[in-house]
Design a protein around this ligand. Structure first.
Ligand SMILES: Cc1cc2nc3c(=O)[nH]c(=O)nc-3n(C[C@H](O)[C@H](O)[C@H](O)COP(=O)(O)OP(=O)(O)OC[C@H]3O[C@@H](n4cnc5c(N)ncnc54)[C@H](O)[C@@H]3O)c2cc1C
Ligand code: SF4
Length: 514
C-alpha cells in the first residue's frame, strides 16, 4: 500500500468492529487515520470456514470504502499487500512510523487474546494510547460478574429479568408484559411443514475476485466458500434490510418453532442476524427495539417477541459476562477429562447418523446451523462420545460465521460440553434419540433405529446417553435438574447396564465409521 501521509492519531478498527454509528465517526477529523487490516494472525488462529474469512474481509472492505466516501482518511492493508507484516502489532508499528502519529487509539476488543495483545503492545510504544468503548453492548464486560457477586450459580434467568427491568424491555411498569417473563412452554413445537418456511432474506454477493486473493495469499480454510453466491450482509444497509424482512416474515413464527429442526428447511424461522450483530453492522438495541415495536403494533405474538428478545438481551449479554469473568483459563476446563479427537466427519459431514449429517452438513455448507443443531445434535453427540472439549471449541470457533470467542467459548465449553462443571448450564444438555425425534424429522429415514439401544443398528445416541450418566454418577446424581435418569438407571439389571457400557465403548472405538 502507499505510505500514508502525516497523521496525528492512528485509530485501529478490528474486523468485528464495523460499527458506523460509533462516536469516532461523528465528525471528519483530517488528523486522524483509520486503519483496517487483513492479517494471517486473524485467519490462522484456528482453521476457519471459507465463508467466514470471505464475509469478514468483504464487510471490512465495504466499511473502509464507506468511511472514505464520508471523507475520513483510511489505510487499508489487504491480505496480499507486500507491506503486510501479517500481525496487528507489526503492521501498527510500521504504520505509526510512516505517518509519525503521536497517539494510538483502539476500541475495546471483545476477544481476550486481542485485548491482551493490544494492551501489551501499547505498553511498548512511546506514543500516547487510548482504548475507547465499542458502544455496542447493553452491558459492560464486568456487569454480569457484579450482578452475580457472591452467588454460587450464575442463573441466566436472573440476569435476563434484571435486564428486562433495567432497560424497560417488554415491561408494563414493574411487571413483565403479558404477566409472564417466559413463554418457553409455548415455544417448543415440532415443525409440521406449515406455515411455510420463509424465503432466504439475505443479500446475494459475488466475491469470487476476493476469494482468489485470499486463496492466492495461501490462507487455509474448510467448508464451502460459495464465493460467487455468498449470502452474508457486507454493510449496514443490507443488515437493516435483513432485520426488517426477518421481523415481517419469520419472527411471527419464531417462538413456536425455535427449537424445531427439519431436513426440509435448515434455517426455519431463525433470523441469521448473528453475523451482522457480531461484526457490529447492527446493534443489539436496534434489533431488540424493532422486535418490541412489532409486538406493540400487534404484528407478532408476545411469545415470539419474548423468545427472540431473550436470546439477545439475555443470552448474548450474559455469555459475554461469563466470558470476561472466566478468562484467561476458561478454555482449559475439562471436568469429565474427555480426550477423544474429532472424527473425520466433522470435516466432511459423511456419517450415517442423519441428524449429525444434516447439522454438520449445514455448518459446512452455510457456515451456520441454528441453536438446537449446535446444542442438541452436534454438541450433544460430542459430549456423549467424550470428544475433547478444547477441540470441539476450536471446531465451533472455526466453522460458524458468527463465532467470536467471547460468545462461542461459553456456549460451547460451558453450555454445550458442561466442561466448566456447570458454571453456565444447570445440567448437561444431552439426550438420546427420543428428543431429536420429538423436535425433527431426522430419525425417519436414518440408517439407525431410534428405539434400539444395543443392536447392530441401534441409534448411537441411546447407549452413549445411558453410559454417560452411568460413568458420571458420582458427579451428577445429586443434580435435581437431571430428574428421572438415575432412578431409571438404578432400575436396570446389572446385565442391562453392562450391555449399555459395552455398546457405548464399541461406539467410541468405531466412531470414525458411524
Ligand atoms: C455450542 C454453541 C455454540 C454457539 N456459538 C455461537 C457463536 O459462536 N456465535 C454466536 O453468535 N452464537 C453462538 N451460539 C448461539 C446461537 O446458536 C447462535 O447465536 C444462533 O444460532 C445464530 O443464528 P441466528 O442469528 O439465526 O439466531 P436466532 O435464533 O435468530 O437468535 C437471535 C440472536 O440471538 C442471539 N443468541 C441466540 N442464542 C444465543 C446464545 N446462546 N448466546 C449468545 N447469543 C445468542 C444471537 O445474536 C442471534 O443472532 C452458539 C450456541 C451453541 C449451543
Ligand atoms: S436415529 Fe439417532 S442417529 Fe439417526 S437421526 Fe435419530 S437420533 Fe440421529
Amino acid at each position: 500500500m502507499k505510505s500514508p501521509s502525516a497523521a496525528a492519531v492512528v485509530r485501529l478498527i478490528l474486523g468485528d468492529q464495523l460499527n458506523s454509528q460509533h462516536s469516532w465517526f461523528r465528525a471528519v477529523e483530517p488528523d486522524v487515520l483509520y486503519v483496517l487490516m487483513e492479517v494471517r494472525q486473524e485467519t490462522d488462529y484456528v482453521l476457519h470456514h471459507a465463508q467466514k474469512i470471505l464475509a469478514i474481509f468483504a464487510a471490512m472492505r465495504a466499511f473502509a470504502a464507506g468511511l472514505q466516501q464520508a471523507g475520513h482518511r483510511v489505510a487499508y492493508i489487504a491480505i496480499d499487500d507486500p507491506d503486510n507484516r501479517q500481525s496487528i502489532p507489526a503492521n501498527l508499528e510500521w504504520l505509526m512510523g510512516q505517518c509519525g502519529a503521536a497517539e494510538f487509539d483502539y476500541q475495546e476488543p471483545d476477544e481476550y487474546r486481542l485485548d491482551e495483545q493490544l494492551h501489551a503492545w501499547c505498553g511498548t510504544i512511546a506514543q500516547a494510547t487510548r482504548m475507547a468503548g465499542s458502544e455496542h453492548f447493553y452491558t459492560r464486560r464486568d456487569d454480569a460478574a457484579r450482578l452475580f457477586e457472591g452467588r454460587p450459580k450464575w442463573l441466566m434467568e436472573h440476569f435476563y429479568r434484571h435486564m428486562r427491568t433495567a432497560h424497560q424491555v417488554l415491561m408494563d411498569g414493574g411487571e413483565p408484559a403479558g404477566g409472564q417473563w417466559n413463554y418457553d412452554h409455548d415455544n417448543r413445537q415440532k415443525w409440521p411443514g406449515l406455515p411455510a418456511a420463509p424465503r432466504d432474506i439475505r443479500p446475494l454477493h459475488d466475491h469470487s475476485a476476493l476469494w482468489a486473493v485470499i486463496e492466492g495469499a495461501g490462507v487455509r480454510s474448510f467448508g464451502e466458500p460459495h464465493a460467487d453466491h455468498i449470502r452474508w450482509p457486507v454493510d449496514r444497509s443490507e443488515a437493516l434490510a435483513q432485520l426488517d424482512a426477518f421481523v415481517k416474515e419469520a419472527l411471527p413464527h419464531f417462538g413456536q418453532f425455535q427449537d424445531a429442526m427439519s431436513s426440509r428447511a435448515w434455517r426455519l424461522f431463525h433470523s441469521l442476524l448473528s453475523f451482522a450483530m457480531n461484526v457490529k453492522l447492527l446493534s443489539p438495541r436496534e434489533v431488540v427495539d424493532a422486535v418490541q415495536a412489532a409486538w406493540r403494533e400487534g404484528a407478532v405474538p408476545l411469545a415470539s417477541a419474548e423468545g427472540f428478545i431473550r436470546q439477545i438481551l439475555g443470552w448474548r449479554e450474559y455469555v459475554r459476562g461469563v466470558y470476561w469473568a472466566r478468562m484467561p483459563h476458561y478454555a482449559e476446563h475439562n471436568v469429565f477429562g474427555h480426550t477423544a479427537p474429532l472424527p473425520h466427519w466433522f470435516w466432511d459431514g459423511q456419517t450415517r447418523m442423519r441428524c449429525m449429517a444434516h447439522a454438520i452438513g449445514h455448518s459446512l455448507e452455510h457456515a451456520h446451523a441454528h441453536h438446537i443443531h449446535r446444542l442438541m445434535v452436534i454438541g450433544n453427540f460430542a459430549l456423549l462420545a467424550g470428544l475433547d472439549p478444547k477441540q470441539v471449541h476450536q471446531w465451533y470457533l472455526g466453522v460458524y460465521i458468527d463465532a467470536f470467542e467471547w460468545v462461542e467459548l461459553p456456549n460451547t465449553l460451558g453450555m454445550s460440553q458442561y466442561a466448566d462443571n456447570g458454571t453456565m448450564a444447570t445440567k448437561p444438555y444431552v439426550s438420546g434419540a427420543a428428543y431429536i425425534d420429538r423436535m425433527s424429522d431426522y430419525c425417519k429415514g436414518c440408517h439407525y433405529d431410534k428405539k434400539d439401544r444395543n443392536g447392530e443398528r441401534a441409534c448411537p445416541f441411546n447407549a452413549l446417553y445411558w453410559d454417560f450418566f452411568a460413568r458420571n454418577e458420582a458427579r451428577l446424581a445429586s443434580n435435581p435438574r437431571i430428574g428421572m435418569v438415575y432412578p431409571q438407571l438404578r432400575k436396570m439389571s446389572p446385565e442391562a447396564r453392562q450391555a449399555l457400557a459395552h455398546k457405548a465403548a464399541q461406539l467410541r472405538a468405531d466412531i470414525e465409521d458411524l
